[in-house]
Design a protein around this ligand. Structure first.
Ligand SMILES: [Zn+2]
Length: 122
Protein backbone atom coordinates (compact mmCIF):
# COMPACT_ATOMS: atom_id res chain seq x y z
CA UNK A 1 0.00 0.00 0.00
CA UNK A 2 1.52 3.32 -1.15
CA UNK A 3 1.45 6.45 0.96
CA UNK A 4 -1.44 8.09 -0.96
CA UNK A 5 -3.65 5.05 -1.07
CA UNK A 6 -2.94 4.52 2.63
CA UNK A 7 -3.99 8.11 3.33
CA UNK A 8 -7.11 7.65 1.23
CA UNK A 9 -8.03 4.57 3.22
CA UNK A 10 -7.54 6.50 6.48
CA UNK A 11 -9.73 9.37 5.26
CA UNK A 12 -12.54 7.12 4.08
CA UNK A 13 -12.29 5.21 7.35
CA UNK A 14 -12.66 8.51 9.24
CA UNK A 15 -15.60 9.36 7.01
CA UNK A 16 -17.41 6.15 7.76
CA UNK A 17 -16.66 6.57 11.48
CA UNK A 18 -18.33 9.98 11.37
CA UNK A 19 -21.26 8.57 9.41
CA UNK A 20 -21.54 5.75 11.93
CA UNK A 21 -21.48 8.19 14.85
CA UNK A 22 -24.13 10.37 13.19
CA UNK A 23 -26.31 7.34 12.53
CA UNK A 24 -25.98 6.24 16.15
CA UNK A 25 -26.86 9.74 17.35
CA UNK A 26 -29.98 9.81 15.17
CA UNK A 27 -30.99 6.36 16.37
CA UNK A 28 -30.40 7.36 19.99
CA UNK A 29 -32.54 10.47 19.53
CA UNK A 30 -35.33 8.37 18.01
CA UNK A 31 -35.16 5.81 20.82
CA UNK A 32 -35.11 8.56 23.46
CA UNK A 33 -38.19 10.01 21.79
CA UNK A 34 -39.91 6.65 22.00
CA UNK A 35 -38.99 6.33 25.68
CA UNK A 36 -40.37 9.81 26.33
CA UNK A 37 -43.62 8.99 24.53
CA UNK A 38 -44.04 5.83 26.57
CA UNK A 39 -43.27 7.66 29.81
CA UNK A 40 -45.86 10.27 28.89
CA UNK A 41 -48.38 7.51 28.20
CA UNK A 42 -47.60 5.90 31.57
CA UNK A 43 -47.96 9.24 33.35
CA UNK A 44 -51.34 9.71 31.73
CA UNK A 45 -52.40 6.31 33.04
CA UNK A 46 -51.02 7.12 36.51
CA UNK A 47 -53.08 10.30 36.40
CA UNK A 48 -56.16 8.34 35.40
CA UNK A 49 -55.58 5.84 38.22
CA UNK A 50 -55.25 8.74 40.65
CA UNK A 51 -58.47 10.35 39.44
CA UNK A 52 -60.37 7.07 39.63
CA UNK A 53 -58.94 6.35 43.07
CA UNK A 54 -59.96 9.78 44.26
CA UNK A 55 -63.48 9.45 42.87
CA UNK A 56 -63.88 5.98 44.40
CA UNK A 57 -62.59 7.02 47.84
CA UNK A 58 -63.63 10.63 48.00
CA UNK A 59 -66.29 10.04 50.67
CA UNK A 60 -63.83 8.18 52.86
CA UNK A 61 -60.35 9.56 52.23
CA UNK A 62 -57.71 6.96 53.09
CA UNK A 63 -55.38 8.01 55.91
CA UNK A 64 -52.29 7.74 53.69
CA UNK A 65 -53.72 10.20 51.14
CA UNK A 66 -55.69 12.49 53.45
CA UNK A 67 -53.43 15.46 52.69
CA UNK A 68 -53.65 15.10 48.90
CA UNK A 69 -57.39 14.46 49.04
CA UNK A 70 -57.76 17.61 51.11
CA UNK A 71 -55.72 19.58 48.61
CA UNK A 72 -57.91 18.39 45.74
CA UNK A 73 -61.11 19.20 47.66
CA UNK A 74 -59.73 22.64 48.46
CA UNK A 75 -58.86 23.31 44.83
CA UNK A 76 -62.25 22.06 43.68
CA UNK A 77 -63.86 24.58 46.02
CA UNK A 78 -61.64 27.30 44.56
CA UNK A 79 -62.71 26.24 41.07
CA UNK A 80 -66.36 26.39 42.11
CA UNK A 81 -65.87 29.87 43.48
CA UNK A 82 -64.00 30.99 40.35
CA UNK A 83 -66.71 29.50 38.15
CA UNK A 84 -69.27 31.47 40.13
CA UNK A 85 -67.26 34.63 39.51
CA UNK A 86 -67.05 33.81 35.82
CA UNK A 87 -70.76 33.15 35.70
CA UNK A 88 -71.38 36.47 37.45
CA UNK A 89 -69.18 38.25 34.91
CA UNK A 90 -71.08 36.66 32.07
CA UNK A 91 -74.01 38.29 33.80
CA UNK A 92 -77.75 38.09 33.67
CA UNK A 93 -78.50 34.91 31.79
CA UNK A 94 -78.17 32.64 34.77
CA UNK A 95 -79.38 29.48 33.18
CA UNK A 96 -78.67 26.69 35.65
CA UNK A 97 -76.31 24.33 33.90
CA UNK A 98 -76.55 20.63 34.68
CA UNK A 99 -74.09 19.25 37.18
CA UNK A 100 -72.02 16.06 36.98
CA UNK A 101 -73.37 13.47 39.43
CA UNK A 102 -69.83 12.22 40.03
CA UNK A 103 -67.65 15.29 40.52
CA UNK A 104 -70.25 18.02 40.92
CA UNK A 105 -68.80 20.25 38.23
CA UNK A 106 -71.03 22.07 35.80
CA UNK A 107 -71.36 20.25 32.49
CA UNK A 108 -72.60 21.27 29.06
CA UNK A 109 -76.31 21.12 28.45
CA UNK A 110 -77.10 17.76 26.86
CA UNK A 111 -73.58 16.36 27.33
CA UNK A 112 -73.39 12.57 27.60
CA UNK A 113 -70.17 12.59 29.59
CA UNK A 114 -68.59 14.96 32.09
CA UNK A 115 -65.77 17.00 30.54
CA UNK A 116 -64.05 17.16 33.95
CA UNK A 117 -64.08 13.57 35.15
CA UNK A 118 -65.51 11.59 32.25
CA UNK A 119 -68.44 10.21 34.22
CA UNK A 120 -71.63 9.37 32.34
CA UNK A 121 -74.32 11.99 32.76
CA UNK A 122 -77.93 11.11 33.46
ZN1 LIG B 1 -67.60 14.88 36.52
Amino acid sequence: MGFLSGLGATISQKGSEVADKTKKMVETTTLNGNVNDLNKAINKIYQEIGRKYFEANRENAPEAYAEEFGQIEEKMKEIDSLNEQIAALKGGEKKESPVCPSCGQAVEEGAAFCAHCGAKIG
